[in-house]
Write a protein that binds this ligand. Structure first.
Ligand SMILES: Cc1cc2nc3c(=O)[nH]c(=O)nc-3n(C[C@H](O)[C@H](O)[C@H](O)COP(=O)(O)O)c2cc1C
Length: 175
């Protein structure tokens, strides 16, 4: 049995937060969060990413419909839109580097947010076209994910995970 208190606390305490207090997030916290993202590794150190910060309430409301009508998004004071600025590089493994690189940025951001007393939720249910139009993102860029960010207004319980034994196998693949 792995002792939870031996795991990095931000990893253990992160939850998807779907209700936010209507108070602004201090700029110095946002800056530290972005710095955590900037330190993420990228394939070939290409750093072909950009985080677009949305804090305009009207734009955030408009983003709700672009995100499959997930109304809780409208309660977030900030949306972080993670963009792959050049999605052309496919690694030898056949996977697009931009997807992986940008996701690593986001998880660093999500963990630093916990350290700052803030909450996040990944948003994958969104439509490229309206998001790009709303935020003036050029057509050749790819929005990888959106993260809501703000002070949590809910006490979300941890979601269940597979057992550790199911999570890994040793030396050869086992179901
Ligand atoms: C790639 C990705 C996309 C997701 N998209 C959404 C989304 O569009 N809306 C939402 O409410 N949650 C979304 N989530 C949050 C997941 O539902 C959540 O991470 C999962 O249920 C585990 O809960 P936890 O984050 O609290 O541990 C997404 C998570 C990931 C990693």
């Amino acid at each position: 049995m792995v002792e939870p208190n031996k795991i990095i606390p931000e990893i253990v305490n992160r939850r998807s937060v779907r209700e936010y207090k209507s108070i602004p997030v201090e700029w110095e916290k946002i800056e530290r969060i972005l710095e955590a993202g900037r330190l993420a590794p990228t394939a070939k150190n290409r750093q072909e990413w950009k985080v677009l910060i949305v804090n305009d309430k009207i734009v955030i409301q408009k983003m709700v419909s672009a995100c499959a009508d997930q109304t809780f998004i409208g309660s977030a004071p900030i949306l972080l839109v993670a963009i792959s600025t050049d999605d052309s590089y496919t690694m030898r493994c056949g996977i697009k580097a931009g997807n992986v690189d940008t996701s690593l940025v986001l998880e660093n951001i999500a963990l630093q947010a916990v350290k700052e007393g803030l909450g996040t939720c990944y948003i994958g249910a969104f439509y490229q076209k309206p998001v790009k139009e709303l935020l003036s993102i050029p057509k050749d860029k790819t929005v990888i994910q959106i993260l809501t960010l703000g002070y949590p207004n809910d006490k979300t319980q941890p979601r269940i995970r597979k057992d550790l034994k199911e999570f890994y196998s040793l030396n050869s693949y086992e179901e």
